[in-house]
Ligand binder design. Structure first.
Ligand code: PEP
Ligand code: MG
Length: 325
């Protein structure tokens, strides 16, 4: 099977009826980038920057962060690189800052909430990203957004970072695109409003499923309830994608569900053509994609939207799988 998969590394990610996809990779370090390119990724759709912060015993300096982002951009040779700003808190901790003990860390001080609160730390990261932006095709992605205000506050810090670079005469991409993760139900619910504030959406199904279903993604006792193929999740995805389409911004998916070949009909049906996933999933997804058709996806999505249970949804998705020659 591995050899068969390896043989499609250079095959274009196009459905039988000609719909082209951009299959991108999620990475957490420069080291992972190597693996990714070997598996034919067309770029990085999610660079989780937490590791850049976890390596040391204190906040990494601007120079150090710049070095990492620049190296990633150069390695990608113009292919897209989406850098997500620091997303600590919840399940991700940093030893050198003591975050308050919280009753519900997943609903607590995390992601963009910390960045907006610690503006200097945030500004340092943004400056490092901006400086790297002249070495490739970089985009900025903000995690855990749940309101228009948060986007505006983040943009204020970005503007400050840009001003400081300008006055120092440092080059950066003035038009660097800014996007947000859609991973909190509130963001999906007001996706039409958020779409008017940013250049792109990236759907984080890992957290979205956790929050929509109120099921802690780390709690094994309820892992059977953590179900991405749930009618409520599908409605959130539909709301988000339609809002992006209506306002003409791009939308991709970067949660684990993007790497599940069974989910492909959903993306085909909704009209999502950019998927970012763990490098190990790239060829599995491509192999299914090249046997799929957009038309079939659209038909299947209509039926999925009528399903009342996860079992029904999965039944439909798997029936399709066995019917493909
Ligand atoms: C997500 O929530 O789907 C996501 C991609 O981000 P993370 O897994 O890093 O929370
Ligand atoms: Mg997340």
């Amino acid at each position: 099977k591995r050899e068969r998969l390896q043989s499609i590394v250079d095959v274009p990610a196009v459905t039988r009826d000609g719909r082209e996809f951009q299959l991108l990779a999620n990475i957490a370090s420069l080291h992972e980038l190597e693996q990714t390119l070997k598996r034919g990724a067309k770029g990085v759709g999610l660079f989780r920057t937490e590791m850049v912060y976890m390596d040391g015993t204190t906040w990494p300096k601007e120079e150090e962060q710049f070095g990492v982002y620049k190296a990633a951009a150069e390695k990608l040779q113009g292919k897209p690189l989406v850098i997500r700003t620091l997303d600590i808190g919840g399940d991700k901790q940093l030893d050198y800052i003591s975050l308050p003990e919280e009753e519900n860390p997943v609903l607590g001080y995390r992601g963009i909430r910390i960045s907006i609160d610690r503006r200097d730390m945030f500004k340092t990261q943004l400056k490092a990203i901006l400086r790297a932006s002249v070495y490739g095709s970089i985009r900025i992605l903000l995690p855990m957004i749940s309101s228009v205000e948060e986007i505006r506050k983040a943009r204020d810090v970005l503007e400050l970072a840009k001003q400081e670079l300008r006055s120092a005469g440092t080059a950066f991409d003035e038009l660097i695109p800014v996007g947000i993760m859609i991973e909190v139900p509130a963001a999906a619910a007001i996706a039409d409003m958020l779409a008017q504030e940013v250049q792109f959406f990236s759907i984080g199904t890992n957290d979205l499923v956790q929050y929509v279903l109120a099921v802690d993604r780390m709690n094994e006792k309820i892992s059977h309830l953590y179900e991405p193929f749930h009618p409520a999740v599908l409605r959130m995805l539909k709301l988000t994608v339609e809002a992006a389409q209506k306002h003409g911004i791009s939308v991709s998916v970067c949660g684990e569900l993007a790497g599940d070949p069974d989910a492909l009909p959903i993306w085909l049906g909704l009209g999502v053509h950019d998927l970012s996933m763990a490098a190990q999933s790239l060829l599995d997804v491509k192999s299914r994609l090249i046997e799929s058709s957009e038309e079939e996806g659209k038909r299947l999505l209509e039926r999925l939207l009528d399903c009342r249970t996860s079992a029904e949804m999965k039944g439909l998705l798997q029936a399709r799988e066995t019917s493909v020659p």
